[in-house]
Design a protein around this ligand. Structure first.
Ligand code: KIV
Ligand code: ZN
Length: 503
C-alpha cells in the first residue's frame, strides 16, 4: 500500500443526508452517487439499508449502477443490519460493509446499559458476520474521541483480528481538537500491534467548527482515510467538508505530502448539485465553494490580482471547476446541446425528463436572454422528479392586490384526469397553497419557505425551497421560474408529491 495515499470516503448520502430537512429520493441519490464517482472519491457510503425501504433501495440501486468507487452500507453490529447491508450490496463491484457500535462510557452506561466485555463481543461478532458476506469490512467504535484509550485500543485490535480491513475513528460529537486527536492517532499506531493490517480512517463532526482541522491533524499523524461530505453537510453542525480537506491536501501538498485520486475540477459541480438537490444553500463565505470564495472586494487586492493572481489567490477558481456565471445556452440551443451541457453538470436524464426540462428551458430562454449554469441547475432540480409525480401543474390564475382578497385558481393533472379548484388566502401564495391542499386532500404545515434569485437581474429565475411538515416529518419541495408565484406553486406541489409517493 502507498503510505502517502489518502482515501476519500464520502458519506454525503448517509451522514450528510442526516442533515435536518435534507431527505433525498432514490433517483436524486443515484444522481449524486454518479457525480461522486466522477469526482473520483474512493468510497461512497450510500446509506443505512436497515433503516427504511427507501434507504435499502437507494443503496441497492447505487450498488448496481455506480461503478468505480467502493460502495459502503452502514450497519450496527446487529445481525439484521448486517444481513440487510449485505443484501443491498449484492450487485456492487466493490462492496464494503461499515459496521459500528458505540464504545464511550457515556454511551455504554446511558444508551446500552452494557459492559465493555459485552460491547467487545458485539464488535467481534459483527465484524465476523460482515466478513461472511464481503471481504472489505470497516469497523467504527462510535464516539471514539470520548472513549477510554485502553478500551479503544483493545476493541480496535480485536476488530482487526476478526477481519476488519478499515478501522474508522469517529469524533461523533465534534468534541476533540487537532492536538488531542493527532495524539490519539499516533498512540493508536504505536499501541495496536496489528494496526498495519488495516486502513486507519477518521470521521469528524463539526460541533466546535474543528472537523476539517481535526481531520487534517489526523492525516498528518498517520490516518489514511478521511470520511467527509460535500459542503460539510451532516448531522447537527455537519461533517468535515470534502472540498476543504481535499483542497488543503492539494494546495499544501508540500506540507502534507499526500496523494489523492480526486478530480478537483468536479468539486464545484458536485457542490452545486448537492446544494440544489438537498435544498441547503451554501453560505457565501464558505471556504472553496462559497459565492465569495474567490471574490476580491478591496481595490488594492483587485489591482494586485490583475497584475498577478498569486498575490491574493492561493488556488485558482479553475482548479475546482469554477468559471464565473458562464452563459450556457440561448433560445436557439437545441435539445442535444442542452442534454450535453446537463451531462457536464452531472445530470444524465432519461427522455421524459429531458423533454420536461427542455420545455421549461425554452420558456425561460424566451423570457431571459441569457441562461446561466445556475439557471439550468435550478430547472433540472425542479424537473427531475416529475416522471414519478402524481400531481402536475397545468394552469394557475392569481388575483391579488392591496384592496382585493387574494384568490388562486389551480388546475392540476392527476394521473390521467384534470382537476381544478380555487381558494382565498392571506396572500397569493397562501391562496395557491390552500387551493393545492383542497385538490390533493393534503393536511400539511408549511414549516419553511425560502425564495432566492438564482442569478442577478430583474429577469432572474426565482428558486423556491419549501419544507412541509406532516406527522412530525419534513418534506422538501423545490420550484424554479421567472415568476415567483409559479416557483412557489411548483415547490409546494413537489413537496406534496413526495408525501404522496411515500404513502
Ligand atoms: O459520527 C459517527 O460516529 C458516525 C458513525 C456511524 C461512523 O456517523
Ligand atoms: Zn457521523
Amino acid at each position: 500500500m502507498d503510505q502517502n495515499r489518502v482515501y476519500i470516503f464520502d458519506t454525503t448520502l448517509r451522514d450528510g443526508e442526516q442533515s435536518p430537512g435534507a431527505s433525498l429520493d432514490i433517483h436524486e441519490k443515484v444522481t449524486i452517487a454518479h457525480q461522486l464517482a466522477k469526482l473520483g472519491v474512493d468510497v461512497i457510503e450510500a446509506g443505512f439499508p436497515v433503516s427504511s425501504q427507501v434507504q435499502f433501495k437507494a443503496v441497492q440501486n447505487i450498488a448496481e449502477q455506480v461503478k468505480g468507487p467502493s460502495i459502503a452500507a452502514l450497519a450496527r453490529c446487529i445481525d439484521v443490519d448486517i444481513e440487510q447491508a449485505a443484501r443491498a450490496l449484492e450487485k456492487a463491484e466493490k462492496p464494503r460493509i461499515h459496521t459500528f457500535v458505540a464504545t464511550s462510557k457515556i454511551h455504554l452506561d446511558k444508551k446500552f446499559k452494557k459492559s465493555e466485555d459485552e460491547i467487545l463481543d458485539m464488535a467481534i461478532k459483527g465484524v465476523k458476520k460482515a466478513k461472511g458476506y464481503v471481504a472489505d469490512v470497516e469497523f467504527s467504535p462510535e464516539d471514539s474521541a470520548r472513549t477510554g484509550k485502553a478500551f479503544l485500543f483493545k476493541i480496535v485490535q480485536a476488530a482487526i483480528e476478526a477481519g476488519a480491513t478499515v478501522i474508522n475513528i469517529p469524533d461523533t460529537v465534534g468534541y476533540t481538537n487537532p492536538e488531542e486527536f493527532a495524539e490519539l492517532i499516533k498512540e493508536l499506531r504505536q499501541s495496536v500491534s496489528n494496526i498495519d493490517n488495516a486502513i486507519l480512517s477518521v470521521h469528524c463532526h463539526n460541533d466546535l467548527g474543528l472537523a476539517v482541522a481535526n481531520t487534517l491533524a489526523a492525516i498528518k499523524n498517520g490516518a489514511q482515510q478521511a470520511e467527509v461530505t460535500i459542503n460539510g453537510v451532516g448531522e447537527r453542525a455537519g461533517n468535515a467538508a470534502l472540498e476543504e480537506v481535499v483542497m488543503t491536501l492539494v494546495t499544501r501538498q508540500g506540507y502534507y505530502g499526500k496523494t489523492l485520486s480526486i478530480n478537483a475540477e468536479e468539486i464545484m459541480n458536485t457542490s452545486r448539485m448537492v446544494s440544489h438537490l438537498m435544498g441547503i444553500p451554501v453560505q457565501p463565505n464558505k471556504a472553496i465553494v462559497g459565492g465569495n470564495a474567490f471574490a476580491h472586494e478591496s481595490g488594492i487586492h483587485q489591482d494586485a490580482v490583475i497584475k498577478d493572481a498569486s498575490t491574493y489567490e492561493i488556488m485558482s477558481p479553475s482548479d475546482i471547476g469554477l468559471e464565473s456565471n458562464k452563459i450556457v445556452l440561448g433560445r436557439h440551443s437545441g435539445r442535444h446541446g442542452l442534454k450535453t451541457r446537463l451531462a457536464e453538470l452531472g445530470f444524465v436524464l432519461i427522455k421524459e425528463e429531458l423533454d420536461h426540462v427542455y420545455d421549461r428551458f425554452l420558456q425561460v430562454a424566451d423570457k431571459k436572454k441569457e441562461v446561466y449554469e445556475e439557471d439550468l441547475l435550478a430547472l433540472v432540480s425542479d424537473e427531475t422528479e416529475k416522471t414519478e409525480n402524481k400531481y402536475q401543474l397545468v394552469y394557475f390564475h392569481i388575483l391579488s392586490g392591496n384592496q382585493t382578497a387574494p384568490t388562486a385558481a389551480i388546475k392540476l393533472r392527476y394521473e390521467d384526469k384534470i382537476i381544478q379548484d380555487a381558494a382565498v388566502g392571506d396572500g397569493p401564495i397562501d391562496a395557491a397553497c390552500k387551493a393545492i391542499d383542497k385538490l390533493t386532500g393534503s393536511d400539511v404545515k408549511l414549516a419553511e419557505y425560502n425564495l432566492r434569485g438564482v442569478t442577478s437581474g430583474k429577469d432572474a429565475l426565482g428558486e423556491v425551497v419549501v419544507r412541509l411538515e406532516k406527522n412530525g416529518k419534513k418534506y422538501l419541495g423545490r420550484g424554479a421560474s421567472t415568476d415567483v408565484i409559479e416557483a412557489s406553486i411548483r415547490a409546494y406541489l413537489s413537496a406534496v408529491n413526495r408525501i404522496h409517493t411515500e404513502k
